[in-house]
Write a protein that binds this ligand. Structure first.
Ligand SMILES: C[S@@+](CC[C@H](N)C(=O)[O-])C[C@H]1O[C@@H](n2cnc3c(N)ncnc32)[C@H](O)[C@@H]1O
Length: 506
């Protein structure tokens, strides 16, 4: 038999079976045939994921890969890839202990991972094909390797083992946010309740809770934008900002726009949401989301939030800013599965340099958000579990925020999990736990009363980019100025505030 190549577009046809004692039904043969192809298609996708293209963007990438025209059985392939990835660290150890792969099959290790998943944890008993036959012959050693690992680690069940391997079981409820621009909550409950058990969330009035595993991707309410498949933590962000109908609001880093359209709905479609997005391709997603949601009060802006000038008349009435900047995404890795990819298996989940860069941008963007003159509320949020992107950002910005008249407020006081106690006011910060709450989000809410705007603030112009070269900054600062105060900006630089002048960074 010619060696099966998982990278070829068309996998080899399943081998003809020797005459069986009892002829197989046509239905059974079709099932075997489609499972055979699904495993090869899944192996092809898994190979691309593990090779690196999809690194750090696993699920988005798995979806993109699965939805390519070359994949026929998309649903089965997607499920098989996700499940195999979920168990991959265990599968790899099992295969090593069982010494299951010879050099020929090592060349097709992704296919072997998929088949081993099926042998150990899957429900597919129709394992036909050469690769399958090879592993079924080694089923005994494979199963005893798993038993050895369980004994060695003192784990009674595979679930305990998964916990030890830090694999989170992602059986979380399916949350559905009702887009109140299109449908009221009661009607959504009635409609979804026809086929599912639906409850209202205990904190967010526009959020519904359905049983884990409920698949609503093709539900008419989802496809027509009446409801959004949005998690609880993600839905808490716009609600924490609490914009009122008629306000002007900026969503600083907006695509794909789930929170943008949530803001629009909370504002009952009245007022204006300026949705700013840097990435051209993601702007398209943002526009699609906005259109789907029927959020007519959203104005999409393709640009860099750091370049919006707070002194521009255009933004003089902006009362709230939602800042959900690019982050490591480490809090949603259980969803995205990339925690199983090579650089994520060692614990902290990421490359320090990348985190430092992200945190630098996050600080800059937060300072920028706080510098809009009429802003009363700023929410800073991430889907990261890293202190450097969360509490550390807040603590480094807090002195400046206070000088602008802001204080930390407490979003959702009834929520028990708060910030790490490494910053003054950590009790105001909100965290969700990646294990307990199935996703790790962070929310900070800065508020100030209009009456508490600092007197000096009225006369202070803000350097919009905080990114200018030193030469440019010096030029700008070369004006008569009256010193107000200096504040730490980074470890190495301070912000100098001057009345009737720019903020200069040195
Ligand atoms: C975490 S995502 C936002 C998710 C979005 N809030 C939602 O819930 O759908 C961060 C987004 O910010 C964008 N972004 C990054 N830097 C930016 C900048 N300087 N100005 C505007 N957008 C930026 C990224 O392209 C990305 O789309």
């Amino acid at each position: 038999m010619v060696e099966e190549r998982i990278m070829s577009h068309k996998p080899a046809a399943p081998p003809m079976k020797p005459a069986a004692k009892e002829p197989k039904s046509r239905r059974q043969s079709n099932i075997e045939r489609s499972s055979y192809f699904a495993r090869r298609e899944a192996a092809k996708v898994l190979r691309s994921v593990l090779l690196g293209d999809a690194h750090r963007r696993a699920v988005a990438s798995i979806k993109t890969l699965v939805y390519s025209p070359t994949i026929r059985n998309k649903k089965a392939t997607f499920a098989l890839v996700c499940q195999t990835l979920k168990y991959l660290p265990i599968i790899k150890d099992v295969m090593e202990i069982a010494n299951a792969l010879n050099s020929k099959w090592k060349k097709q290790e992704e296919l072997m991972y998929i088949i081993t998943y099926d042998i150990l944890f899957g429900q597919d008993s129709s394992l036909t094909g050469d690769a399958e036959k090879y592993l079924i012959l080694r089923k005994g050693p494979i199963q005893s390797a798993l038993a050895k690992i369980l004994v060695k680690r003192g784990a009674k069940r595979v679930e305990d083992l998964m916990a030890q391997y830090q694999i989170y079981d992602v059986k979380k409820p399916r949350y559905v946010r009702v887009n109140t621009l299109k449908l009221d909550v009661e009607s959504a409950m009635v409609e979804l309740g026809k086929e599912n058990v639906v409850q209202k969330d205990d904190m967010l009035p526009d959020l519904l809770v359905l049983p884990p595993g409920t698949d609503l991707h093709n539900h008419p309410l989802v496809t027509d934008g009446s409801v959004f498949l949005q998690g609880k933590a993600s839905s808490m962000v716009a609600a924490a900002l609490g914009p009122k109908p008629g306000w002007e609001v900026i969503d600083a880093c907006a695509a794909p726009g789930n929170k943008t359209v949530h803001l629009a709905a909370l504002m009952k479609g009245e007022g204006k949401v300026v949705a700013c997005e840097l990435n051209k391709d993601r702007v398209k997603r943002l526009e699609q989301t906005t259109k789907l949601a029927g959020a007519a009060n959203v104005e999409v802006l393709h640009g860099n939030f750091l370049n919006l000038n707070p002194e521009d008349q255009l933004y003089s009435k902006v009362r709230a800013i939602l800042l959900d900047p690019s982050c490591s995404g480490s809090g949603t890795v259980a969803d995205r599965l990339d925690y199983l990819l090579p650089s994520h298996t060692s614990g902290d989940g990421g490359d320090e340099g990348r985190l430092i860069k992200l945190a630098a941008f996050q600080k800059k963007a937060l300072i920028h958000a706080l510098s809009f003159p009429a802003v009363e509320r700023v929410v800073y949020s991430t889907c990261s579990v890293h202190q450097i992107e969360n509490e550390d950002v807040i603590s480094s910005v807090l002195p400046l925020a206070k000088s602008y008249g802001f204080q930390l407020s407490t979003p959702f006081p009834q929520w028990a999990r708060r910030g790490l106690p490494v910053v003054e006011g950590s009790q105001h910060l909100l965290r969700t736990d990646p294990v307990e709450d199935k996703e790790g989000f962070f929310i900070a809410l800065f508020t100030r009363n209009a009456t508490h705007f600092p007197e000096s603030f009225q006369n202070v112009q803000i350097d919009a980019t905080l990114d200018t070269s030193k030469q440019e900054a010096d030029k700008r600062c070369h004006r008569p100025k009256k010193f107000v105060r200096s504040l730490p900006f980074t470890k190495f630089s301070r912000l100098y505030l001057y009345r009737n002048s720019m903020i200069c960074r040195r």
